[in-house]
Write a protein that binds this ligand. Structure first.
Ligand code: KG4
Ligand code: ZN
Length: 341
C-alpha cells in the first residue's frame, strides 16, 4: 500500500466510496469529504420485491454483476481516472456478509491497483455523515436520529468522530416495522414508501395504536405496535387499510419525533438531523421540522437520496476516517456485525 502521511489529506483529497452492505450497489467520488463529484446508486429493489424482502444470496450475486458498471459510471460522471483517486473507501459492516464482501474486495483491488490507501467505513458512521455532507455548517453538538431498515438510534455527535449513543431500539428497527406491517396489509415491498402513500388517503386518528415507551428515556420498541396492528385487523377485518396505515405511521412518527426532540434539548444540541431510509417518510419530515421550529433548534433534513443507502456518505466518512486514523490494513475484513458503540 502507498505510504501515507497526514500531508496527503486535505480539501483536494479525492475519495472513491463503495457501498454494498444491503441491496444498493453504489459508488461515489467525493473531494475533501464534502464535494460530491458523482454518486451512482443502483437499487436491486425490483429483484427482491417478489420475495417480500432482501434475499442475501440474490443481493450478493447482483452486486457482483453491477459493481463494475456502477464504478465506471461514477468515474465517468465525475470526470476522473484511476490516477486522480487518492483513496478508496468501502463499507466493511454492518450488513449482509456476501453483499459486503463484493464492495470490500473491489475496494481493496482498486487500492492495490492504483497504489492508494484503502479505508474501512462503518455503515452507521456514514449515515451520521450524510447530514454533514449536505449541510457542512451544522454545528456541534449535533443530535442525529438514524432510522433505517436495520437500525433506529439517537446519537449525539460532539465533533468529528466523537459519538455518544443516547438510545436505540430494543427490538425491531422503525423501517423493519414499516416493512412488516406493509407485508401484513398486502401493500408490498419495500413497506415504508407503500405505507407512506396509503396513509395519505387514511385517517391518522382512526385507531389509537400504542406509543411504546413514549415518555421513558430514549430507547424505542416497535414490536408491540406491530402486534397491535395485527390484532386490530384480525378483530376488525373490514377496517380500511388506509386508516390502518395512517394510524400506524402516526404512532411510529410521534414516538420518533418526541424522543429526538427530548434528547436534543437534554444534551443542549445546537442542531438536530435525520438519517436513514425512514427519514424519507413524509409525515416524519413534516413533524420533525415543526418540532425543531418550536424549540428554536436548527433542524436538518437530508435529501431523500442522501437518507437512503448511497456511497457519497461512505466516501465522506472515509475522508474523515483517513484523516483521523490513516489507511486501514488490507487485512481488514468485512464484518456483518460491526458495531459503533
Ligand atoms: O437506510 P436504508 O435505505 O437501508 C438500511 O440501511 O436499512 O433504509 C431502508 C428502510 C426500509 O425499511 C424502508 O421501508 C424504509 O427505509 N423507508 C421508509 C420510507 N422510504 C424508505 N419508511 C417510511 N416511509 C418512507 N417513505
Ligand atoms: Zn443504511
Amino acid at each position: 500500500m502507498a505510504a501515507f502521511s497526514p500531508d496527503d489529506h486535505g480539501p483536494e483529497t479525492l475519495v472513491l466510496g463503495i457501498e454494498t452492505s444491503c441491496d444498493e450497489t453504489a459508488v461515489a467520488c467525493v473531494r475533501g469529504g464534502g464535494e460530491v463529484l458523482s454518486s451512482v446508486v443502483s437499487s436491486q429493489v425490483d429483484l427482491h420485491a417478489r420475495y417480500g424482502g432482501v434475499v442475501p444470496e440474490v443481493a450478493s450475486r447482483a452486486h457482483n454483476e453491477l459493481i463494475i458498471a456502477v464504478l465506471a459510471q461514477s468515474m465517468v460522471e465525475a470526470g476522473v481516472e484511476g490516477s486522480d483517486v487518492d483513496a478508496v473507501a468501502a463499507t466493511t459492516g454492518p450488513g449482509l456478509i456476501g453483499a459486503l464482501l463484493v464492495g470490500v474486495s473491489a475496494a481493496k483491488a482498486l487500492a492495490l491497483t492504483w497504489d492508494v490507501p484503502f479505508v474501512s467505513v462503518n455503515h452507521l458512521e456514514a449515515h451520521f455523515y450524510a447530514a454533514l455532507l449536505e449541510e457542512p455548517d451544522l454545528e456541534f453538538p449535533l443530535v442525529v436520529l438514524l432510522v433505517s431498515g436495520g437500525h433506529t438510534m439517537i446519537v449525539e455527535m460532539s465533533g468529528h468522530g466523537d459519538y455518544r449513543l443516547l438510545g436505540q431500539t430494543l427490538d425491531d428497527a422503525a423501517g423493519e416495522a414499516f416493512d412488516k406491517v406493509a407485508r401484513f396489509l398486502g401493500l408490498g415491498y419495500p413497506g415504508g414508501p407503500a405505507i407512506d402513500t396509503a396513509a395519505l388517503k387514511g385517517d391518522p386518528e382512526a385507531i389509537h395504536f400504542p406509543r411504546s415507551m413514549l415518555n421513558e428515556g430514549y430507547d424505542f420498541s416497535f414490536s408491540g405496535l406491530k402486534t397491535a396492528v395485527v390484532n386490530h385487523v384480525r378483530e376488525h377485518p373490514d377496517v380500511s387499510t388506509e386508516d390502518i396505515a395512517a394510524s400506524f405511521q402516526a404512532a411510529v412518527v410521534e414516538v420518533l419525533v418526541a424522543k429526538a426532540q427530548r434528547a436534543a434539548k437534554a444534551s443542549g444540541a445546537k442542531a438536530l438531523a435525520l438519517g436513514g431510509g425512514v427519514a424519507a417518510n413524509s409525515l416524519l419530515r413534516e413533524l420533525f421540522l415543526g418540532a425543531c421550529a418550536n424549540d428554536g433548534i436548527q433542524g436538518f433534513l437530508p435529501s431523500r437520496a442522501m437518507c437512503t443507502d448511497n456511497a457519497a456518505m461512505i466516501a465522506s466518512a472515509g475522508w474523515y476516517r483517513l484523516g483521523a486514523d490513516g489507511p486501514s490494513a488490507l487485512s481488514t475484513g468485512a464484518n456483518p456485525r460491526a458495531r459503533m458503540f
